[in-house]
Design a protein around this ligand. Sequence first.
Ligand code: URP
Ligand code: ZN
Ligand code: ZN
Length: 458
Amino acid sequence: MALLIKNGEIVTADSRYVADIYCQSETITAIGKNLTAPPDAEVIDAAGKLVFPGFIDPHTHIYLPFMGTYAKDTYETATIAALCGGTTTLIDFVIPNPDEEPLSAIQTWGSKSEGQACMDFTWHMAITSWDSRVESQLREIVKSGVASFKVFLAYKGALDIGDYGLYHAMTLAKELGVITTAHCENADVVLELQKKLISEGKTGPEWHEPSRPAYVEAEGTRHIAFMSEVTGGHVYVVHLSNEQALSQAIAARQRGVNIWVETLIQYLMLDKSYAERPDFEGAKYVMSPPLRDKANQEVLWNGLRSGLISTLATDHAPFDTTQKRMGIDDFTKIPNGIPSLEDRVRLAYTYGVLPGKLDIHRFVDACSTQAAKIFGMFPRKGTIAVGSDADIVVYDPSHEEVLSAATQHMNLDYNGFEGTPVKGRCAAVTVRGELQVKDGQFVGIKGHGRFIKREPTH
Ligand code: URP
Ligand code: ZN
Ligand code: ZN
């Protein structure tokens, strides 16, 4: 069916104007004043509202076997939550066990997402071991449309790839023209610090940050930049949390390294004092890299504003309070993750755009356009233009709400931002022209989401 969005204030990464948007067969086909539509078209009155390109979250974990348990969302619950918060495309990570073949993991993620996703999605392919079989399967996987890799420099004995695998993975990435995303923390140093703290009886969630200090992440960032220089492969540092690590990325960029940086809404809004909350409450705030000293927040906002940090993501990894209790006697066993898939856009708008920390165009750029460009989906996704997919967010900036687990759509018994007021709500969200959300609630077609095949672009 045709869709007409009338009189909204369209805001993209580089433009702002009032116009109508007409969509047919999943695509934006016209933008202009006083557009008309056939009688059976869906018409949305967007007067007084902001109209953004659908937001893109380039870092989520929906199906995630991790630290002896599984993340709580399904592709259905997660994509409904994401859509209600204005995110219309996400990039999830396919993560094989180190002893599992990459193609087998692709099949698993396929079976978990098949017919479940309510919005479009694609994958980063994690490389957790290296041999000739892994290499030949990765070639096949890239050909099938998964055009980005993921490496973990962290999680010793679990997902950590080690330098032998890292060198070969990035050499292959360079040959195939795919970008390598990287979790940058020195796995060996983290393990030693964890052992030391536990042996001293320091077992609570407040010791998670001291076990992974900022320098551990700065070293990981320096390391991936070095590997990029050695192999020529392009790299994207996921979930960067602190000033020291950012300095390493900036220094590398100044040397000409092809390095991009992502930060998370958690690092902008929360700090390490949350993980120090008594009665094991702090466990809700355990993620890696950890929440940092508050002083880092200004540095990250500035990095985001200036474009030194390209993207703002969530690293959505939902583990409920029962799962968090797996680490009641040992913080190293607390499943890592602070979910925020549903809340990212409204938090960034409220605490970034409204107080002037983030220009509204950079907000769109960081939460949508950059991810589309870096990961080979632009201009199909990430903008409002004739020919782009009709993924559109009509945002009511006057609405006021307080974030809470009681009202969220994420499949979880807590919200890390509980009690935080936000300005704005998604009055309408469309995915390829289909109205999926109305007034903050899912009203659409379950299973409407499609896997996005991507070509190598690096
Ligand atoms: O704490 C986190 N970040 N959990 C998810 C796994 C990862 O490292 O991205
Ligand atoms: Zn990570
Ligand atoms: Zn992650």
